[in-house]
Structure formats: C-alpha cells, structure tokens
Design a protein around this ligand. Sequence first.
Ligand code: SF4
Length: 461
Amino acid sequence: MTDKASTFKAKSTIKSQDLEHRQKINFNIGRYNAAIPQGIHQFSDVHLARERAKNVKWRAIETLDQQLEQFEMNLKKRGGKVLWAEDSQEALDLILEICKAKNCITIVKSKSMVTEEIHLNDFLKKNNIESVETDLGEYIQQLDGEAPYHIVTPAMHKSKEDVAKLFAEKLGTDPKLTPEELTLVARQKLRSKYVEAEIGITGANFIISDTGSIAITENEGNARLSCAWPETHIVVVGIEKVIPSITDLGLFWPLLATYGTGQKITVYNTVISGPKQEGETDGPSEMYVILLDNGRTNILANSKQRESLYCIRCGACLNACPVYKNIGGHTYGTTYSGPIGSVITPHLQGLNEYKHLSYASSLCGNCTEVCAVKINLHELLLENRHEAVEEGFLSFGERFAWKMWKRASLSRGMMNMANGTMKNWFVNKVFKVWTKHHSNLDFSKKTFNKMWKERRGGKGN
Ligand code: SF4
C-alpha cells in the first residue's frame, strides 16, 4: 500500500466515526437537497438539458485544440494575452513574472479550484506577496489555514458557531456574532484590499471560443470586484473548461446554478472579453489568461476517461456520495474530492499513488445519477481500477489472492470442498479484512451444488 493510501485509510477510519462532523455535513447537504428540486423545476425537461450539455461538452473536448486556438485568437483581438502552462510550475512562474513586472505586493483572489491545484497561495506567500481570498467560504478557510473542503462550498464542514469562534480567535471579534454580522466583518476587512491590490486573480467557469471570453459565476460579487478594481487581471483556468459558443451559456449557467446550489441562476454572472477598451472607464488595463494543462491531456488521450473532462464542477456528485458524506472532503488529501476527484486525480497526479481513491466508492451509481452533464462516474471509477490492474500496480499479495479466488471460483470441486462452517471460520477468523469493519459473514452450511441437487430431486450438478 502506498503512503497516500495508508493515510487515506487512517483518516477515513477516524472521520467516519466523527458524529459531529457527520451531523454538520448532513445538515448542510440536507439544505442543498431541499433546494435542488426548486432549481430543477425551471427546466421543462431536465434530462434533455443535461443530455444537450453533455453533447456540447463532447464537441468541445473532441475539438479542444481548435477551440482553444480560436479562443486565443479572439481574446487577443481585444487586447487580452493568452499564456499556456504545461504544469503547475510553469503556471506559477508565469504568475510570478507578471507580479514582478507590476511590483505587486497584494493580490485579491476569487475562488478557484485550479489555483488550489497549483498551490498558488503558498507559492505567493513564499515570494512575499499577500494573496487574499475574497470569497467568504475561502476567506474562512484561509483564516483557518485549511484547504477548501468542497469544490463549491469551501467551508461546508463548519457550523456558524465554528465560524464565529474562528473570527473571534483570528480577528478578535465577539464569539457570539450572527452569520450576518460575521459577513459584515469579512466585508469590511476585504473592501480595502480590492483598492490596495495591484493584481486580481480569478478562475473561470467557462472559456468561450467564439467570442474569446471567460465566464465567471458567483454569488457574492467578489470575483467581479477582484477583476475590475486592480490594474491587472490574471485568469488561471484548466483547458477543459471550454465551451464553443457564448450562446451555450444559456444552457450551462442555469444547469451549473441548479446542480451547484439549487438556485435557478447564480447571483452574479460575468462575461469578460479582454481588458478595459478604449473609451471605457472601468476594468483592468491588462488581462492575462493562463491556460493550464497539468495532466489534463493525459485524460484527453485516454478515450474512456476523456468524458471526465466534461465536468463543470457543480459539486452535485460530492453531495450525493455516501462515502464523501462520511469521510468528508479533507480526507481525500487531493484538490478535487468526491467521485469526480477520485476519477480524475489518478490521471492528474499518478495512477499508482492515487488508485486507492477508485475504491472509495460503494458503486451505488448515485454520482452518475445526479451529474449535471451525465458523466458515467461510477463506470469511470471501475475503469480506473481496471487500468491500475492492467498497469501492474497491484501488490503481490493481492494478485495472489485474486488468482486463488479465480481458481477456486471456476472449480466446482474446490467450491464444494469446504463446507459453510469452514468458510465462515476462514473468512471471519483467519482472513479478517472483512470483519474489521463489518459483522461476520455467514456462509450457507450447504454448498450451492448440494442445494441445487436437492432442489432437482437429487439430479444434476
Ligand atoms: S462530475 Fe458531474 S456532478 Fe460531479 S462536479 Fe462534475 S459536473 Fe458536477
């Protein structure tokens, strides 16, 4: 077992027994579950909408190279600059170069999982640049020195009391503040940062090819402020976020809102097509878009896994996953958690090190059922397991055990050799992996062969 797998198992064991954690998560996911039907109601045929979205993403990903080149060409026409980063380090180096050129000491940043993926905040801190998270959930997590817990709701595992306590500890506020008062505190702290910052960094929910734009969707307006106030705007985005046309937003924006939070439409939806144009008074003077690969082309090259690039990061599969709800987002030890994280992380960061995530699933198929763009997530998890076996990443012990199991299963004589008592003894007392976390298995006293014969009046095998 790799170190990552052992850590994952140890953390899962602890977290799954943490009843307080479970109660908070169930409360927050319960609210989400109550909101979803309201959002879905807006579609006359939600299955058709999801099917269409999947088709649009299929087309975008199948022609990814052309879509990205078209995006670059169109954004450049309006003065935007497009930079290509093959991996995290290249993206970080590009950002640092821009920061140095702008003498930047303060950055305002809106929520972006890609910047988590490249560990941007740590990198900026090492380079003496202050990077302030402006999304409330991210701000809470940054204050607490924790990574986001969920791809849509970064502080989902914290109750309002937890947040009040955290603010009291870190900002010296009254520990009894209400959520509204806490929001006002954060607002007051953050407002001055927008004005101070030389650079604003955002992610993008979509890259739009035909207009050379990026689309950002958010509920707080902080992303809009982050890209409008500072003189320079940097967008860091994964190459898979592309959609062919601005008209596709009519489908994707409501779909993302509904499956993300149950809203019909998110509060602030912004399309940005370059820096401030001549005659315009607002906006940054310069806009850079960093298109990040960081392993995504590995997924693109894998015809079976390619489908996972359709993901619009709505987070619905996390909320639906019985494993996620019990072990929580941080246990995964990865930027992307839950079913989609378990599918893509092995391809982004190494199959051998992260293959264990494909087993963090009951294969109930709930993730596939709720996916906004109908990705066959549970089948991709199985495919990951298959690929790990094909690549020879199983331990000798496991290979041997499965070989023996196969041999015994294919031999009626061997299956009949051991009676139920012996099988029970072997599985429950000798081979204790199952009984460590479950009650004893109880094999039938009679073999299947014997029962079959009895049923047929003693005839046949
Ligand atoms: S895989 Fe589907 S459900 Fe999960 S985050 Fe992506 S789009 Fe949403």
